[in-house]
Ligand binder design. Structure first.
Ligand SMILES: Nc1ncnc2c1ncn2[C@@H]1O[C@H](COP(=O)(O)OP(=O)(O)O)[C@@H](O)[C@H]1O
Length: 276
């Protein structure tokens, strides 16, 4: 999704325990067409990276943010930050996340609102959302506050997703993300094979690696089940609006990144500055 936006969004409860969307716009500035034509690439402000757990949306979102000069806002990171704090939501969130369930729309919107507001105060004028929206309700709320230009749906086969999630590691000190899995799937029944090299940590991080508590086989399978249940309809939501870009990852970062840039119509000059 792109656009020149400074927006807040919120869900509040109204009457008889009914939850309704209550949105407020806070200084929506400019418009995306103006902003887009003022830059050389068509995709430079707002975009959403979606896809199953473990697909690599965080990795690609982070690279695209660097390339486009916009902040990377991952709702999974916002949830983990809240979990690591001693805030009132921390215990409740821990139970939900560790069972592979989705956090409620109310909580996730509230965390995202806070992040967007602080970005707005700092003068941010765009972002890439990673892992949001994940339910139709979230998509509707977002649609109420901004025009979505593009949703990128990254896709990988399910057996590879599971292996990748099981191989994920994070540095407990710097927060860097790595992967110890070496994916080497043989092609069969007309499906191509796939090789994805591990993403090893630098020596400084190697002894500080931790595994996310929700990256166990049982919880990953539950997250994939919930994705199919709750998040697949979001694909259709954007497909029907002509805003969904499907992208089948052909392999690891070396094969996938240039093809993703090509699909997004980002030019060579951009690619070189991202690689620098
Ligand atoms: N948009 C969202 N709606 C509801 N829950 C979310 C959302 N984004 C993140 N979460 C919660 O945070 C967890 C971790 O998210 P994320 O890091 O994006 O994981 P994954 O690797 O499974 O895609 C999710 O399993 C879910 O519990």
């Amino acid at each position: 999704m792109y656009g020149d936006i400074t927006t807040s969004l919120q869900i509040t409860s109204h009457g008889e325990g009914q939850t309704q969307n209550s949105l407020w716009k806070n200084g929506l500035t400019g418009n995306q067409a103006t902003y887009r034509t003022s830059k050389s690439t068509p995709h430079n402000t707002l975009e959403s990276e979606g896809g199953c757990p473990g697909v690599g949306k965080g990795t690609y979102a982070s690279r695209l943010c660097k390339l486009l000069g916009v902040p990377h806002i991952s709702t999974g990171d916002l949830v983990r930050e809240e979990l690591g704090s001693s805030g009132p939501l921390s215990k409740q969130l821990g139970e939900i996340v560790n069972q592979g369930k989705l956090v409620s729309d109310e909580i996730i919107i509230s965390l995202l609102s806070k992040r967007l507001e602080s970005g707005e105060e700092k003068g941010e004028s765009g972002f890439i959302l990673d892992g949001f929206p994940r339910t139709i309700k979230q998509a509707e709320i977002l649609e109420g506050v901004t025009d979505i230009d593009l949703v990128v749906n990254l896709k990988l086969r399910e057996d590879v997703l599971l292996e990748k999630c099981l191989g994920r590691r994070m540095c407990s000190q710097c927060g860097g993300n790595f992967n110890v899995a070496c994916i080497n799937v043989q092609g069969k029944n007309g499906d191509p094979g796939m090789y994805m090299a591990p993403l090893p940590p630098p020596p400084d991080c190697a002894s500080k690696l931790i595994t996310r508590a929700d990256d166990t086989e049982e919880v990953i399978k539950e997250r994939l089940r919930i994705y199919n249940d709750m998040s697949l309809p979001v694909e259709e939501f954007y497909r029907s609006r002509g805003k969904l870009m499907e992208f089948d990852l052909p392999g690891g970062i070396p094969e996938s990144w240039p093809k993703l840039l090509q699909a997004l119509n980002l030019d060579q000059e951009d690619k070189q500055s991202a690689a620098a």
